[in-house]
Ligand binder design. Sequence first.
Ligand code: GDP
Ligand code: IMO
Ligand code: MG
Length: 432
Amino acid sequence: MPLDIVVGAQWGDEGKGRVVDLLSESSTLVARYNGGDNAGHTVTVGEKIYKLHLIPSGIIHTNTIGVLGSGMVLNLETLVEESAMLRAAGVSITPERLWISDAVQLITPAHRLLDSVQDSALGAAKIGTTGRGIGPAYVDKVSRHGLRAGEILDLEAFAARVRAHFAEVDHILTDWYHQPGLDTETLLKEYLSCAAELRPYIRRIGPLVQSAIQKGQTVLAEGAQGTLLDVEQGTYPFVTSSCTTATGVFSGLGLGVQPVRSVVGVMKAFQTRVGAGPFPTELQGESAAFLRGSGANPWDEYGTTTGRPRRVGWLDLVLLKYAHEVNAFSELFLTKLDVLSGLNEIPVCVAYQRGGKKMDTLDFSGDARLLAQCTPVYETLPGWQAKLGACRNWTDLPKEAQAYIQFIEAKIGVPVRTISVGPERSAMIRRS
Ligand code: GDP
Ligand code: IMO
Ligand code: MG
């Protein structure tokens, strides 16, 4: 009963797309279970770079079916655009190989506008959202008047519901935020045209996924964002609005827990974050410039979705331990080890100091205010100079790089089974 789960172990952008691409080779269904087009997952195959926001990264392999689960929030316009982009790149997108859950919540252009206006209105306290309407769409979901994909099947009734939703948001934008109103009829026309195009893709997903599992087909769940952005377990309130951890898979796809075979925690060899919120090991100056890169390489630390420079810092093992606690990783997949080449020494955060007390595990649940009071305690490991891009075996790695990995394994108690040393599909080392 094989269900493999890929989840981000940090603040997102760990390299989940490339990991899903690798594991999709032997999967039948590849399913997103949370978030929306706030995600930006990059897959590099030879010279081609695919940047995916909604469609599961596994779609690039011809053997897979992509699933958009009910735990997601779905912007119909982005999906139409992304499908066209993939078709132009030679990837087949048809109702046979892309299934949309009838229970998935929809994001509209009104949600997007509201997201930007509401986040800006927070001033200095803003979250720094991606502006994709994620928060407002999840608010509508839990307040029980959200729009669901299944409603598209009756286009006339759907149009009335969207019009009423636009009127409500228009009221909030103009009366509360004193912003210009919505151009309702133009937005409605474009939105309904996307809805009509996507109608054949809508399915009841739960039974299809369960039946695949019963037939012994592998289902791969592709997490978006990362553990520390989880709405419950993350660094609240500087989080996204969905369940990003492994537990989100079950409600987000409509499955029970029995089929789980593995939970793969994807971690970068250092720490990054986009948007606001506490970041104990954050760096400025020369070290930050080294980790972030200049932007000349496609993998340098600039957001896939927004292009914002990512905040960077040394690896934080206190937070990684916390991520293991809330996900129960069966293995870790370490990415971007190659980026650390050239450093003489590599500090790694092994504990925090807070209020005169030293702790090597978090003694609170994520809470941003408490995390902001923590000062990192570092152990410094020796660096290495050799470039790692051509390494394909454990023994090809410099002994200092091996020691860095073994240090992580010893502190977290989870094996690092795979290490990637470049963005390209083949640039990785599998350990037995
Ligand atoms: P995701 O959101 O977790 O899928 O990660 P992103 O795609 O947003 O960001 C990861 C970036 O790192 C992408 O540009 C990947 O192509 C790149 N990448 C992934 N693994 C490696 C690696 O091992 N080395 C290098 N240099 N780049 C990598
Ligand atoms: P992937 O899947 C990194 C961050 C935003 C912001 C916060 C809330 O590529 O790892 P939202 O728009 O979700 O309401 O923004 O979450 N964020 C991400 N950061 N990677 C992502 O996705 C992210 N998706 C959202 O920057 O701080
Ligand atoms: Mg990303």
